[in-house]
Each structure stands twice: as C-alpha cells, then as structure tokens.
Unconditional design. Structure first.
Ligand SMILES: *Cc1c(COP(=O)(O)O)cnc(C)c1O
Length: 372
C-alpha cells in the first residue's frame, strides 16, 4: 500500500466490542489474567505494552519500512535507549553537528561508560580513520541541525558494513515522506515524534524503528520496559491521529519551504540560505539522490552580523519566535542563543521551521521584518 493509506490505517483498528471506527484509548495500567495465569490479550502492565502504543508502533514501523518500532516518551529517551543498550566501553562515532540535546546527553551522562567521537562523518577518510576495534555504532543525522548539511547515507553504510558496525539515522528533519534510511541500508532509524509526527507542537514523543528483530533490538526493548521511558496512552492516541495527515502536511511544509528558501536567496539583506532543495546547496546532488523531498527546515544568515539577525527575529509577526519544529505554525529562532555558550553556530544565523500558513503571508512577514 502507498504511504497515505498506511498513515491512515496501519495505526488503527475497529474496536471489536463497540465497533468504534476509531480505536478507543485504553487508560488501564493493568490487564486481567486468564484462569491459567496467562495473558491471552498480550497485555499485562502498561509499562511493558499498551494497545494504543502497539498501534502507534505498527504505523511507525510501516512508515519507515522496518520490521518493528518502539515508541518512547521523547526523542531523547529513544536516543538514550540506544546508548544504554550498548556494552560499556563501546565506541560510537557521531556527527560533529549532532543534535545538541543528544550530544550533551552523551557528554554528560555517558562519559566514562561509552567512548564517543564527534567528527565529519560525511568524509569517508575521516570516518575510516576514527573506526576502532570497539566501534559499535555510527550515528548520523541528515539533514543536520542547524546547518542543513547532508550525509550520504549509502556511503556511510558501505564503510560501516566493511567493519560490521551498525548505522543509526536520526530521520527527524526528513520524515519518512522525504527519506527512508532503512531502504538505503541503515540498521535503525530514530525520530523525535515531538516534531512532524505530532505536527501540532503539543506533545512529546520519540521512536526507534529497526530493520530486523535482532538480539540488539531485544536489548533495546528491555531498556525501554525496565527504564520506563514510555509514552502515555493519550500521547500514543494523539500521535496515531496526527500521523493520519502526515503525508499531506509534509507535502505542504516542503512546498512552502522551497518557495521561502528561493525568496530568501534573492533578498539583498540575506548573506546565505541553507536548504537542501536549492541548487546552491553544496550537497544538493546527494540530497536529490537520497531524498524524495527536501524537508521544511532551513537556516539563513544575514549580512551585518548578529544585530541584524536579532532585529529580524524580533520584527516577525506571523512566525513565532520559538525553538522546535514540525508544527503547523512557522517558527524562527536565533540558533546560537538556543545552543548556549559552546555553540559553533554562526551568530548571524536564523533557523526556520516552515509551517503550513499560506506562503504569501510568510513571505510578506519576512519582507516587512527585513525592511526595518
Ligand atoms: C528535537 C530533536 C531531538 C530530540 O527529541 P525530543 O523529542 O525533544 O526529546 C532529536 N533529534 C532531532 C534532530 C531533533 O530535532
């Protein structure tokens, strides 16, 4: 089936007793045992599994073309479960511009437990140089945050395979509508469901999707069940509901982003625009080869430095001045401020999550903000 049909049906089933077309929310934390002590329903206690979580995991697995998915209480919880599943002393290779929340998690919570390097994973020589006998995982994130750099997934996978290393891809920015890393050879996909899957900036969630049900996957499942970083039945319900419109939302987000990027590129006050859908993007060719859409995140820098950037972000009206991404409302932020003192982000850079408002209104808002 096509992805629009999967999005609507794979996370839902008609309730057997009430015949409700939309699957009800099961709030019960506990489930009755059979007389012989078994659990024929498959459910015993909600930290292990819940019917709404099962439905969410079904649709997530199908959207990414994986064997199974695990739904978490946040994207960071999903990432943390991967790290916690690795044997102590395992070496992880991460991109030098890894999502700062996960980079900080590794640095602050896994120092002395795991080994990690933050490098330019897209440079095969640099990547190969950093592989050690204890390297277990190469972590990639493409497009990256906030510079929208593209990592060639197939290229990283081919290096990883030679050394029997697993590849995990953070696919949050792209969504499965624009990019399917498992089909390109990655072993696992990670998502912050807080972003496009939720789509309305009103819930937190995370996900992992695996190509195969391996021993490693079982370990991750155990980390989840024992660690308890599970989403509530309500959050699972809202995610399943939002995912039904994901394909159409993403199409709208992407088409607005392309037009906004083109507008910005032609504006005299703009120094540079980072968007993989522009032919000026240094890795546009790789993006075209591995993506079926270029996503809806973009960054741009202003001539005149930090003050000019801050003036623009303070003059916008339709965009909200806020972090995060993937919601229907457009957001803009001065990224260096968000990332804090050790940021490598240019101080004249603004990051934009392009929403679903009419493109004319978004362009008009930026036009008035940059006229000031
Ligand atoms: C937001 C985000 C995360 C973290 O997800 P949370 O749901 O905030 O925990 C990880 N990776 C990327 C690319 C993100 O944008």
């Amino acid at each position: 089936m096509k992805i629009e049909t999967i999005a609507i049906h794979a996370g839902n089933h008609t309730d057997a007793s009430s015949k409700a077309v939309v699957q009800p929310i099961v709030m019960s934390t506990t489930f009755e045992r059979d007389e012989d002590g078994g659990f024929s329903s498959g459910y015993s206690y909600s930290r292990a599994a819940n019917p709404n979580r099962t439905s969410l995991e079904n649709v997530l697995a199908k959207l990414e073309g994986g064997a199974e998915a695990a739904a978490f209480s946040s994207g960071n919880a999903a990432g943390m479960s991967v790290f916690q599943s690795l044997a102590p002393g395992t070496h992880i290779i991460c991109p030098d511009d890894m999502y700062h929340g996960l980079r900080n998690q590794l640095k602050m919570l896994f120092e002395g437990i795991l080994e990690f390097d933050f490098i330019d994973v897209n440079n095969s020589d640099v990547l190969t140089e950093h592989i050690k006998p204890n390297t277990g995982v190469i972590w990639i994130e493409t497009p990256s945050n906030p510079l929208l750099k593209i990592t060639d997934i197939k290229k990283v996978v081919s290096v990883a395979r030679q050394h029997h290393i697993k590849v995990v891809c953070d696919n949050t920015f792209a969504t499965p509508l624009c990019q399917q890393p498992l089909a390109l050879g990655a072993d696992m996909v990670m998502h912050s469901s807080t972003k496009y899957f939720g789509g309305h900036s009103d819930l937190m969630g995370g996900a992992l999707i695996t190509t195969e049900k391996s021993d490693w996957w079982e370990k991750i499942r155990n980390v989840q069940t024992m660690g308890g970083a599970v989403p509530s039945p309500m959050d699972c319900y809202y995610l399943v509901r939002s995912i039904k419109t994901l394909p159409y939302r993403v199409r709208g987000h992407v088409s607005n982003a392309q037009l906004l990027a083109q507008f910005l590129e032609s504006h005299p006050r703009v120094e540079s625009v980072m968007y993989p859908g522009l032919s000026s993007h240094p890795q546009h060719a790789i993006a075209r080869a591995q993506m079926s859409g270029f996503g809806a995140m973009l960054s741009f820098t202003l001539k005149g430095g930090e003050d000019e950037a801050k003036k623009v972000v303070n003059a916008i009206r339709v965009f909200a001045r806020a972090t995060s991404l993937g919601g229907v409302e457009s957001l803009m932020e001065h990224r260096a401020t968000v990332e804090g003192p050790d940021t490598k982000t240019p101080f004249n850079l603004l990051r934009v999550s392009v929403g679903l408002e009419h493109i004319d209104d978004l362009i008009a808002d930026l036009e008035q903000a940059m006229a000031k």
